[in-house]
Ligand binder design. Structure first.
Ligand SMILES: Cc1cc2nc3c(=O)[nH]c(=O)nc-3n(C[C@H](O)[C@H](O)[C@H](O)COP(=O)(O)OP(=O)(O)OC[C@H]3O[C@@H](n4cnc5c(N)ncnc54)[C@H](O)[C@@H]3O)c2cc1C
Length: 370
């Protein structure tokens, strides 16, 4: 996106990509259909040590701008849920579109060009294995640490440090959480079971699906809350959003485990309802006991032992400290001509097309300033 915008303005642009093709993460994103933006994108959908930083770039390159590009290329797409836009056919539609736009703008793409070293003399000298590039400006768009088999490395952060920039400590975001050994022994057998929940921690809540895995919890509600979760903290799960879960037990003439199971199966999958009640009800069915059960089902507390890590994380939270960058252009304050865009910057989107929207918007902001 940065190359396209800069090329359109007549700049000579070389895109250096270590892989044998561009946009590999685009190709695997959204289950191969790329959730390329979100209709309801706003600064609140992003995490950063400075929550105001992303505002300017997001306002100057909006989802409507990207949708206009998609429409110009006659790419069929649809809204899946919650404003999330996906390709109807395949994510290759998006990489083909970006490649074609680069070509039109005269931006050259050099594949299999892994950057080994960057030096700054009177200009930037970028050394790959078999070629050397010289340029007055350099834009770093190397992405985060998630999924090393896609080529993710710490190169962008190392480069930032080399030029004296600060890094907000990185951590995996949008990542499945792990049960501790006790919860795993109880709930591990539920792998594959899903439920509609509200997941909360640190004053953030998401109502979406939760999925049991062989090692812990996943699904959109958990991925979303994982970005706000810190090691050692608890997450709270409302397993019965907007349900008076114990009403049917209170009203029944047969207050028993069998009645409770029937009542809970109305909002939870059968196996989960039975197991959860077995582990969390006291076996007493008095009004106070039912009140306690009601409270518990709306705030089931789990303290994950950790996350599945960068290999399973959709994004890397943290990154190049935004204090060191101009929010209008993404240029570093201390090193004129050096820019950082996309995921390597300490701006992290929620699940739902926001990370790509940040990549497009920050790329456009830099491209228009080169
Ligand atoms: C499984 C998965 C699914 C996802 N799905 C979605 C989704 O549907 N919607 C969404 O919004 N976000 C999604 N994301 C997140 C999104 O893919 C990233 O946030 C986005 O790709 C970041 O863009 P970027 O250009 O900053 O970095 P990247 O897309 O990671 O691109 C960085 C590029 O730099 C290259 N590079 C790195 N180091 C060097 C070097 N030394 N020399 C040369 N080249 C180098 C890499 O090969 C790579 O091509 C998903 C992520 C994953 C892992």
């Amino acid at each position: 996106m940065c190359a396209i915008e800069a090329g359109k303005r007549g700049r000579h642009v070389a895109v250096l990509e270590r892989a044998e093709r561009i946009g590999k993460k685009i190709l695997i994103s959204g289950g191969g259909r790329c959730n390329f933006t979100n209709l309801h994108c706003s600064p609140e959908n992003f995490l950063s040590a400075n929550p105001h930083f992303a505002k300017s770039a997001l306002a100057r390159y909006t989802p409507a701008d990207f949708i206009a590009l998609v429409q110009k290329h006659h790419i069929p797409y649809h809204e899946k849920t919650l404003g999330q836009l996906f390709c109807d056919r395949s994510a290759t539609d998006i990489t083909d579109m970006l490649e074609s736009e680069c070509k039109t703008a005269g931006a050259k793409i050099f594949l299999k060009s892994k950057i080994r070293e960057v030096q700054r003399t009177t200009e930037f000298v970028v050394r790959c294995e078999s070629a050397e590039f010289h340029a007055p400006v350099l834009v770093v768009a190397t992405g985060g640490l998630s999924v090393s088999k896609m080529g993710a490395t710490s190169f962008g952060y190392d480069l930032a440090r080399q030029f004296g920039l600060k890094i907000v400590p990185t951590r995996p975001g949008l990542v499945p959480l792990l049960f501790d050994s006790n919860d795993l022994s109880h709930y591990g057998a539920l792998a594959g079971v899903a439920a509609d929940v509200i997941a909360s921690t640190n004053h953030h809540s998401f109502r979406e699906k939760m999925l049991f895995t062989h090692r812990g919890l996943s699904g959109p509600a958990i991925l979303q809350i994982s970005s706000y979760w810190n090691e050692g903290q608890a997450i709270h799960l409302d397993l019965a959003p907007q349900h008076d879960a114990t009403a049917k037990i209170r009203e029944s003439s047969d207050r028993s485990m069998a009645t409770a199971r029937r009542a809970f199966q109305e909002f939870l999958p059968q196996r989960f309802a039975a197991l959860w009640l077995e582990l969390n009800s006291t076996g007493a069915w008095t009004n106070p006991a039912l009140e306690e059960l009601e409270a518990k089902v709306h705030a089931w507390t789990i303290t994950p032992s950790g996350t599945e890590g960068y290999e399973k994380a959709e994004v890397t939270a943290g990154g190049v400290n935004t204090d060191d960058l101009s929010s209008k252009t993404m240029e570093t304050r201390e090193v004129p001509g050096l820019f950082f865009i996309g995921e390597v910057v300490d701006v992290t989107g929620q699940l739902g097309g926001f990370n790509f929207q940040w990549a497009w918007a920050s790329g456009a902001a830099a491209g228009r300033a080169l």
